[in-house]
Write a protein that binds this ligand. Structure first.
Ligand code: C2E
Ligand code: CA
Ligand code: CA
Length: 506
């Protein structure tokens, strides 16, 4: 009996109790409890197994908690915008759905504001994406500061933000927020070394008036925002049924413009004579495009140029203009209408997004015009962006012998001091200043200042939009070099221009 007892004791010590401990470890892990467990301490293989088991449990625990964190991160990311940390479209829609439920219950309204930064693309294109990102962050921070805790601000696209105002009982509450947002945009945004002034266009849709679900409300606020852009940006528009028609119209125009570019027989060029104030002779012409669409009829130039720029169709349109204008110029000289050069308007989109030097080389080779007979008119805002890239492009063009003029000068805030860094040959005083002559003393002062500036930088100066003899006389007295406008001639087609040339020669 004693031997049996001994054997039993030994068996329990060396095998059954350690086995029990091991089983306990296993059961804990099975239950998902990976905390430190009791170890077998028999000093043999069982102890090693037990230790390995504990190690395994700890590793699993670490992995589980890492997984948990990344799952939480993922959850956060799928509801927030990575750049600004604001709620994204998904979270915004969720909050809006919730707000709609709330409004249903207590009979209040909810407002969705759709906000788009004006000309943001220009900043991105000219100053680079990093500055663009900084600008978006700065905008989101300022907007967030200005809103109430109960409002939701979200970033739902590139430069597009939305604001949700809940439990609106009076429309004035919405107007107050809109005013606040416009005020927020008054001071420039600091992005590293850049001080950037931008504005915002806003569209507003209300629940329940303008839609009964979140998708419709956001879509209609977006539509209203488009109207703000069309009316000249930096303003707000409340959604209305008429706006849906407006969007349809825009789509129709874009389609017609695309087809015009493909067919290539709906555009024509007119030429407006430019007259020298030194000798009264017509020395050049400016090419101005016209579009007669079979579907839409005549579309005002400024209107479709803006659409072509937005859709980048201006690149093929611009190439056509360049080629047509240069070949017309060659034909004019062959027919005895001798001009010093032809002025061609170029959009900043063409300069930024297409290879203008290659296009110019191609057109010069194809038409036989010489480079110095081409003058490109570039709007001042492009120069004002003043980046290394802008500068390089202009220098490359100038190096070919092509002349460069700044169009609409006086409207684009370019730093006057910087002007001399650009390889320019001409400034064109914007029509809005010519309009004030000779009566507005302010406009006289501006015209004088621009002329003086041009002379210091050794630039030729042209005044556009001259409509009266009095304007012409004053410009001549102030030593402006060149004029164009209805007083001299409206834009003419090639045949009319040939007749004009012959007439002015006689
Ligand atoms: P812009 O370059 O400032 O052209 C001058 C505009 O003023 C032209 O309008 C011209 O017809 C008009 N104009 C000329 N003299 C007078 C005047 O005495 N009084 C008044 N009230 N207006 C006058 P248009 O042809 O409608 O062109 C509008 C704008 O569209 C142009 O402004 C230019 O920025 C753009 N544009 C025209 N053709 C082209 C083109 O081929 N390419 C590009 N990118 N833009 C173009
Ligand atoms: Ca022009
Ligand atoms: Ca102009």
């Amino acid at each position: 009996v004693a031997v049996l007892m001994m054997l039993r004791f030994l068996f329990a010590r060396t095998l059954s109790r350690p086995m029990e401990t091991l089983m306990e470890q296993i059961r804990k892990i099975e239950k998902g409890d990976y905390s430190r467990s009791k170890l077998v301490n028999t000093g043999d293989e069982l102890e090693t197994i037990s230790k390995n088991m504990r190690q395994l449990a700890m590793t699993v625990q670490e992995r589980e908690s890492a997984l948990q964190t990344s799952q939480e991160d993922l959850e956060y990311l799928s509801y927030h915008d990575a750049l600004t940390d604001l709620p994204n479209r998904r979270l915004f829609r969720q909050r809006l759905d919730h707000a709609i439920e709330l409004s249903k219950r207590n009979g209040t309204k909810a407002a969705v504001l759709f906000l788009d930064c004006d000309h943001f693309k220009q900043t991105n294109d000219t100053l680079g994406h990093n500055v663009g990102d900084d600008l978006l962050k700065a905008v989101s921070e300022r907007l967030e500061e200005g809103l109430r805790k109960t409002d939701t601000l979200a970033r739902i696209g590139g430069d597009e933000f939305t604001v949700l105002i809940e439990e609106v009982s009076d429309i004035d509450e919405v107007n107050t927020v809109i005013k606040k947002i416009h005020d927020d945009f008054k001071a420039p945004f600091i992005c590293g070394e850049h001080k950037i002034s931008i504005t915002a266009s806003i569209g507003i849709a209300l629940y329940p008036d303008d839609g009964s679900d979140s998708m419709t409300l956001i879509k209609n606020a977006d539509l209203a925002m488009y109207k703000s852009k069309e009316k000249g940006r930096n303003r707000h528009t409340f959604f209305s049924r008429k706006l849906s028609d407006f969007l349809e119209e825009r789509t129709r125009q874009t389609r017609a413009l695309t087809s015009a570019v493909e067919k290539n027989n709906e555009f024509t060029l007119l030429y407006q004579p430019k007259v020298s104030l030194h000798n009264g002779k017509t020395t050049a012409v400016e090419a101005l495009i016209r579009w007669h669409s079979p579907k839409l009829g005549f579309v005002p130039t400024e209107h479709f140029i803006a659409l072509a720029e937005e859709t980048r169709l201006i690149i093929p349109v611009g190439e056509w203009v360049l080629k047509q204008a240069c070949s017309d110029f060659v034909r004019l000289s062959e027919e005895g209408c001798m001009l010093e050069h032809i002025s061609i308007n170029v959009s900043s989109i063409q300069l930024i997004h297409s290879d203008m030097t290659a296009t110019l080389k191609h057109v010069i080779a194809a038409t036989g015009i010489s480079a110095n007979q081409i003058e490109l008119e570039i709007t001042e805002s492009y120069i004002a962006a003043n980046t290394q890239k802008v500068m390089q492009t202009l220098h490359n063009i100038r190096a070919m012998g092509v002349n460069l003029a700044i169009d609409d000068f006086g409207t684009g805030y370019s730093s006057l001091v910087n002007l001399k860094q650009f390889p320019l040959s001409r400034l064109k005083i914007d029509k809005s200043f010519t309009d004030g002559l000779p009566d507005s003393s302010e406009h006289i002062a501006i015209a004088k200042a621009i002329i003086a500036l041009a002379k210091t930088f050794d630039l030729e100066i042209t005044a556009e939009g001259v409509e009266t003899a009095a304007q012409a006389a004053l410009l001549k007295q102030e030593q402006c070099d060149e004029v164009q406008g209805y007083f001299y001639s409206e834009p003419l087609d090639v045949d009319a221009l040939l007749a004009y040339c012959r007439g002015s020669r006689d």
